[in-house]
Design a protein around this ligand. Sequence first.
Ligand SMILES: Nc1ncnc2c1ncn2[C@@H]1O[C@H](COP(=O)(O)OP(=O)(O)O)[C@@H](O)[C@H]1O
Ligand SMILES: [Mg+2]
Length: 307
Amino acid sequence: MITVSNLKKEYGTVQALKGISFSIAEGEFYGLLGPNGAGKTTTISIMSTILEPTAGEVNIAGYDLRTNPIECKKTIGVVPQEIALYNDMSAQDNLLFWGSLYGVSKGELIKRIDEILHLFGLHERKNDKVKTYSGGMKRRINIASALLHQPKVLFMDEPTVGIDPQSRNLIFEVVEKLHQSGMTIVYTTHYMEEAERFCNRIGVIDSGQIIAQGTLDELRKSSSIKETIAIAFANLTDELFQKISLAWPEVKRFDQTIHFFTSNSKNDLAKIILNSNELGLDIVNIEIMKVNLETIFLSLTGKQLRD
Ligand SMILES: Nc1ncnc2c1ncn2[C@@H]1O[C@H](COP(=O)(O)OP(=O)(O)O)[C@@H](O)[C@H]1O
Ligand SMILES: [Mg+2]
């Protein structure tokens, strides 16, 4: 359905994309997971024809983006990271405006807007000006406006950043419904929980490059970190944490708990306990956790996904 080949983008001297390639099958839910500044928005903006690439190709539903942008645009709905709505207009009028840009006929559009406002739980507020809406409600209208022309493919760029939990859950429900109905979805996020929850396949992006790609299981198998040993201490100090970090370089501290990232928890657990005893650290709890996307990212880059 979508093929992206060797996409490059330079902003002056900044190399935002250094050759990104991936393909997405019809009906797939593809996640682009990476920290701020990784190149997610740049990738989505190029795929949405908002931005010109420096090099590389994008093919959507058999159409080349460069030679056939209009056909590509008909196929896709785009939910940009920055919400674009007219605050002094009602939700209904905003949707009428966006829908008319796509050339949907007025009669069809009114029917469609009605359905979509119900889907997003905003029907009762449809005549209120958007400026009276919460951030989450604006986000829902923003997503709704991308769906008016019934696109086969939906691009969503960090659609849940900075919104209330109620709106977030509703967006999750709608997105899952759309996926079940057969829509192909490309979803960018820096929240690993979202990528784990929804995505059939995940591309891990960092510094303008896809550094790993696959299903969650495939990514887990390829990770050098296999487990996280989380140990809570009663008397952890900065000084003791320093000492422990010397023996175990791959650690992260959360208050009184240390996460030790390991490829062999059977071996390492005994050593860590011994080491802790030697340092006079009192252990209050031990938990061994399976590798998640956060640790996979750490194992690939040496960095936290959320710094
Ligand atoms: N208009 C721009 N001018 C210059 N640099 C930019 C511009 N837009 C993005 N960048 C840079 O390109 C890189 C990728 O940005 P972006 O695609 O927005 O990342 P993400 O969406 O993953 O946070 C970052 O280093 C960012 O600072
Ligand atoms: Mg972005």
